[in-house]
Design a protein around this ligand. Sequence first.
Ligand code: SF4
Ligand code: SF4
Length: 201
Amino acid sequence: MAVRVHQTIKYEAEADPTFAPRIKEKRGCEKLEACIQCGTCSGVCPLSIYMDHTPRQVILLTRSGFRDEILKSNTIWLCASCYECTVSCPKDIRITDIIYSLKQEAIQARAYPRRFPIPVLAREFYKMVRDFGRTTESFLVVKLLMKTNILAGLKMWKLGLQLVTSGRFGFTPESIKNRRQLQQILDRVGDDNGKNGGPKK
Ligand code: SF4
Ligand code: SF4
């Protein structure tokens, strides 16, 4: 039987020395270096058993500069933003905010599996809110399925039909007044966060 050998040790030379300083500049991530690796965050996280890197490891890998490892990790997508880790951390590290920032980095770098639905949904949701001020669920679902798994969408045609006939799914785009104002606000936030990896268009 063939034995597959994987490298399990990470070498400092593989790290990106600019990664941790860049993450630390982002809002809520300032205390990244204060971690004492106590593991409380991993212990309280309800989803850590499903994560390839626990929250404690996420902090360690991030501050050590292992950018690729962390941006490809499933942890940043599994995090449910429950803030349990953040309220329990003895060093007041905002782990949830750090994970948000890593998610933004991964979206910008497109460092996630092709057709992976969560970042696609996040991007399409933001685009729709920016363009219309509201989301129209039917359009959002169609866009998501087209960009991820159209076959799965076609298999759900019965459910789609029920949602349309029961009036749960409409095909009239919902919109707010003064959309331009909202776009200006979001652009300002994006510019401000641009340095911090914010929601750029
Ligand atoms: S709880 Fe806080 S100090 Fe402890 S490992 Fe997690 S981030 Fe580090
Ligand atoms: S915020 Fe995310 S990482 Fe923290 S405990 Fe909740 S699911 Fe786990």
